[in-house]
Ligand binder design. Structure first.
Ligand SMILES: NC(=O)c1ccc[n+]([C@@H]2O[C@H](COP(=O)([O-])OP(=O)(O)OC[C@H]3O[C@@H](n4cnc5c(N)ncnc54)[C@H](OP(=O)(O)O)[C@@H]3O)[C@@H](O)[C@H]2O)c1
Length: 281
């Protein structure tokens, strides 16, 4: 993997050693992240990836909402209903690193239903970093749903290391609320109607001490967050694939009146995949 931005002495592919500005793992045996692809530089350790994607320092009452999405070259956010065909080993390492840095992973109910979401696991490679940041062993998953049409008997709800949360509106179906309660699932109300209001969702999670937020979509949830102007950062993987067809883009829903401007904060590359990081201006 190499950093194209910021430009470092790792930008030319063939050099060795840690990228300038990135922390050298204190442990010489620290694990490296995956395989080295020819022409794409050496593998980065998980520590180096975690440094590159560190959340900014936040004020006491602040929160930071980052999204991590993958898109094909022609803009598809999924192929045959899943994002995995667009992904790569390096993409999954970054996906895992972003999870490991987060207090909570916010995800739309349809992604949970379609992708068979499981609870986040504790990873030894990030344990010390999480402890030092005052975080539990793994991020909480926070599922956003208006209908609460979720299978509460799934491991996501029955076996998490950190209890899975459900965010919904005050007008959520009462029988489904009772079902969630019977299953011992914690439901947080983050909207006055049926739906969740994005700014309220961020505030409600922050009140739970969950301030380093990561959303993994899907497109309809991300569309809501974008349109409400609460997205601080987009970690977008550009996958060197084309799919044609009529797949959704990474954000879907009513258009914003004026395009919101983001600024490029970083670009990593491996195997032709670009791992971009954009932040709200
Ligand atoms: N390319 C990527 O990086 C990526 C990432 C994630 C997912 N995906 C793909 O995206 C597809 C699923 O995405 P999607 O856009 O159809 O669905 P989604 O955004 O994952 O979920 C939509 C559902 O989330 C709930 N929801 C969203 N916004 C809400 C709000 N403001 N208030 C209350 N509930 C809200 C609703 O759940 P209820 O219906 O329960 O009310 C809604 O039906 C899958 O094929 C998945 O593979 C791709």
């Amino acid at each position: 993997m190499r950093s194209l931005l910021p430009v470092t002495d790792q930008t030319p592919a063939e050099r060795t050693g840690p990228p300038t500005g990135a922390r050298t793992p204190a442990d010489p045996g620290a694990r490296t992240a995956g395989t080295r692809a020819s022409g794409t530089g050496r593998a980065w350790s998980l520590d180096e990836l975690a440094d590159a994607y560190a959340y900014p320092a936040l004020p006491a009452d602040g929160a930071w909402l980052r999204a991590n999405m993958v898109s094909s070259l022609d803009g598809a956010a999924q192929h045959e209903g899943r994002s995995q065909p667009l992904s790569s080993d390096a993409d999954m390492r970054i996906f895992g690193t972003l999870r490991a840095l987060a207090d909570a992973v916010v995800v739309g109910a349809e992604t949970v239903r379609r992708e068979g979401y499981r609870p986040a696991r504790a990873r030894e490679a990030f344990a010390a970093r999480r402890r030092a940041a005052g975080q539990g062993p793994a991020p909480a998953i926070a599922v956003v749903s208006a209908s609460l049409a979720l299978d509460f008997s799934l491991p996501l709800f029955t076996e998490p290391l950190v209890p899975t949360l459900v965010l919904t509106g005050a007008a959520a179906p009462p029988e489904r609320l009772r079902e969630a309660e019977r299953a011992g699932v914690r439901v947080l109300i983050a909207g006055e109607g049926r739906g969740v209001e994005p700014a309220t969702a961020v505030r409600v999670l922050a009140e739970q001490g969950l301030r380093r937020l990561l959303t993994e979509g899907g497109p309809r949830l991300l569309g809501h967050f974008m349109a409400a102007g609460v997205l601080d950062e987009l970690c977008l993987t550009l996958s060197p694939t084309v799919t044609a067809g009529d797949s959704q883009r990474i954000a879907h829903g009513p258009a914003m009146a004026v395009p919101a401007r983001f600024t490029l904060a970083g670009v990593l590359e491996e195997d032709g995949f670009l791992f971009t990081r954009y932040q709200r201006v």
